[in-house]
Design a protein around this ligand. Structure first.
Ligand code: ATP
Length: 719
């Protein structure tokens, strides 16, 4: 064999690693956007019932709500810093960055429609304020008639009031209906866009590996939902506040100007004090999110590892660990409740202490006969509206603190995606596109060629090479450890290469570098694309380019879905995939991998009562198949995809010797070249060549030999 696999041994200084960023986590309380659709009833004297934007009623809701019990976050929590960013300019920048794309045509083709809907919601919000003003005047006339003992006037006002209600209710209801609908559309758009970004260029793997942000799943689900809901809610609240303020300031100012001035000074002072008292809530919200995430994640891990825990009889330890995590979450929640209590004290004093002021100031004017009785109620109501408008921060402090944390979390996520894009320029992005590059081998410069492994794709060369690895010096992603030095290898059509070496020597890591998952180091990996795409050609094969090489990882991955989905993955959603593979083909492959009996399995569906069987059976395959069966199913998937080269990472470790032999026979029958990683001596006979990776201290080496020359016994004893 002329193909040489060489590995020079050379010592190198350890390079600096990529720093990993920790991020913050939080939870928020939604704003009190939705107000009661019922117009405020006329109230005597010191009424506080008709709040402005959010209203004292909304303030009450904020006070009542316990932000520390409502939402737990899904998935792993971990790299979470203990404090939130409270820098207003950073929060504002992040807010604009997150909110703007949906409303601009450049990024959203339906932006016009969204803008129109928003305009409609704004108009309805203005309508709601109009209704409040109308009821303010109705209330005045009603009480005037009552005070004057004007029976006819009283009944007339009653009729007007009753007649008005059905006319105004639709305004409130449709405002809420359309704003909810708009929020849903915004959420859908934003989630889908972020999800695509997240999956694009394998960013999900990078973010997970480098732990740049915690809980991306939670950010994509709960945080986007909270962001769109709160952003829309607050913008309506602010609009409402401004209009409300203008309308009611006029009323109050015309009745008694000094009262208006006192109110403004009072609100400014109140805002400053509540900021001071409530400030720690921002950080507590962050921490709460993380601790809830940790607790929830431990529960998910127990579900995923139920069998192992049961075998270990690890229940006590698990309960203890859950108790600990719960305790951390509850301790923090308690801190939040204490802070909320302090804030509530202040908010309540703030709200109630001033409610008597308009009556106290206006009543003497009434006693002197300068104003009518109804004006007392009118001024109290106007006063209450304005108080709520100018006290937005006081009454909504908890919501605002939560919202700023949401903005931080999503902003960090988007920034992490962008950062991952930059890293990507150092590797995968630098893979050249076959369309744009000249014929034959194509390449592209990387930004820092000395630190990054180049991935290239090239057209099939005459020597039928499928994969070549040149001068590969690989490091772990953190740059802390070296794994290979100047490794060279190539795989050609019909080859079968077994990579062996002690546990932890870096076998799987070499496969990661070949797949482009790890790119820290030097060297070049070239994948030679065959001219005839495997499994047929034409439109149906678009998007299959990457599958010239197919990886079977150490742990089989069972997707959620039917048996057919397992086999067609990763093209299970594509119609063309189903068109290429008939049910007969798939059943035949299942029988080949000794899984024909799976076709007899049925899943009982409760609604409607029916059964789905065979390829349509939808089960939790990872828990209802043995590990060996899952490995065979992974082989079936490989045969369905029929790549040029299969890279198998201990993919038969759970199989009996006969089944293992059958799997390798099938690879040969399907004409698939393969590179395996494994420890089992039985693997030797299925491979023509063996590559042994070694590390002794800082010395790295690799030895290539024909499998017939390999002394497995000596190897096993030495390792
Ligand atoms: N994400 C990571 N970051 C840093 N180091 C890692 C990471 N993943 C693995 N390593 C380290 O890289 C080294 C090589 O790991 P690798 O999985 O390639 O070993 P292996 O030879 O395949 O081992 P085994 O035969 O036990 O599967 C190990 O020392 C491991 O601890």
């Amino acid at each position: 064999m002329a193909r040489a696999i060489r590995m020079a041994i050379r010592k190198r200084a350890r390079p600096g690693g990529y720093g990993s960023k920790a991020s913050s986590s939080t939870r928020r309380s939604p704003p009190s956007r939705r107000r009661s659709p019922t117009p405020a009833a006329p109230a005597v004297g010191v009424s506080t019932s008709s709040g402005g934007c959010g209203g004292p009623a909304a303030g009450r809701r904020s006070l009542r709500r316990n932000p520390f019990t409502a939402r737990a976050s899904r998935s792993q929590g971990s790299q979470v810093q203990e404090a939130a960013s409270a820098d207003v300019s950073v929060i504002y920048e992040r807010f604009v960055k997150l909110a703007k794309p949906y409303w601009t045509k450049e990024s959203n083709e339906n932006a016009r429609q969204a803008q129109l809907m928003l305009a409609g919601v704004f108009a309805l919000t203005l309508g709601c304020t109009g209704v409040s003003v109308l009821f303010n005047f109705l209330g005045r006339d009603f009480y005037n008639a009552l005070a004057e003992k004007n029976v006819d006037g009283f009944w007339h006002q009653m009729q007007v009031y009753l007649a008005t209600i059905p006319c105004v209710i639709p305004v409130f209801v449709f405002r809420d209906y359309f704003s909810s609908k708009l929020q849903l559309q915004w959420r859908k758009w934003m989630t889908q866009n972020l999800t695509r970004e997240y999956f694009d260029k394998r960013r999900y793997y990078k973010l997970q590996g480098e732990r740049i942000v915690d809980n991306p799943d939670q950010r994509l689900s709960a945080d986007v939902n909270a962001f769109t809901d709160t952003a829309l809610g607050f913008s309506l609240t602010i609009l409402n506040c401004v209009v409300d303020l203008v309308s009611f300031s006029n009323i109050l100012y015309s009745i008694y100007p000094p009262l208006f001035g006192v109110l403004i000074v009072y609100a400014i002072g109140g805002t400053a004090i509540s900021l001071q008292i409530g400030k720690p809530l921002v950080e507590i919200n962050f921490k709460q999110e993380k601790t809830e995430a940790d607790f929830r994640y431990s529960l998910i891990r127990i579900r995923d590892n139920a069998e192992s825990i049961a075998f270990f009889r690890g229940e006590r330890k698990e309960v203890e660990m859950l108790d600990n995590r719960l305790q951390v979450a509850l301790d923090n929640a308690l801190r939040g409740i204490v802070k909320s209590r302090d804030l509530s004290f202040f908010q309540s004093f703030y709200k109630y202490i001033i409610t008597l002021l308009p009556a106290a100031v206006i009543a003497p004017l009434f006693f002197r006969g300068e104003i009518e009785f109804g004006v007392i109620n009118q001024s109290s109501s106007a006063f209450s509206h304005i108080l709520t408008d100018v006290s937005l921060v006081v009454f909504q402090f908890e919501s605002l603190a939560g919202f700023s944390a949401t903005i931080d979390r999503l902003g960090q996520f988007v920034e992490a995606l962008e950062e991952s894009e930059d890293h990507h320029h150092h590797h995968q992005e630098m893979m050249m596109s076959e369309e744009s590059a000249p014929a034959g081998e194509k390449t592209e410069e990387v930004l820092k060629p000395k630190q990054v492994i180049q991935l290239r794709q090239a057209s099939d060369d005459k020597s039928h090479t499928i994969l070549s690895v040149e001068d590969l010096s690989l490091q772990t992603p953190d740059g802390e450890s070296k794994l290979t030095e100047h490794l060279n290898l190539s795989v050609q059509k019909g080859d079968s290469l077994l990579v062996i070496g002690r546990s932890g020597v870096g076998k799987t890591s070499v496969l990661r570098a070949i797949a482009g998952l790890w790119n820290v180091g030097e060297g070049t990996v070239t994948n030679y694309r065959s001219r005839t795409t495997p499994g047929g050609g034409g439109e149906a094969n678009r998007g299959r380019e990457d599958l010239d090489v197919f990886f079977l990882p150490q742990r089989p991955y069972m997707v959620l879905g039917t048996l057919r989905d397992q086999l067609l993955y990763p093209f299970n959603d594509s119609e063309s995939a189903s068109a290429r593979h008939t049910d007969e083909d798939l059943s035949k492959i299942l029988q080949d991998v000794l899984l024909g009996d799976l076709l007899d399995r049925c899943e009982l569906e409760t609604e409607p009562e029916s059964e789905s069987c065979g390829l349509d059976a939808d089960m939790d395959w990872s828990s209802c198949l043995s590990l060996g069966e899952q490995q065979r199913l992974a082989f079936a998937r490989l045969l369905v995809n029929k790549p040029n080269l299969a890279i198998l990472d201990e993919s038969t470790s759970a199989l009996d010797v006969q089944s293992e032999e059958k799997m390798y026979e099938l690879l040969k029958r399907f004409g698939i070249s393969y590179l395996s990683v494994g420890h089992r001596p039985t693997l030797l006979k299925y491979h023509k060549q063996v590559l042994q990776l070694k590390r002794e201290g800082e010395e790295y080496s690799a030895a290539l030999m024909e499998s017939s020359e390999m002394d497995m016994e000596t190897y096993l004893l030495s390792s």
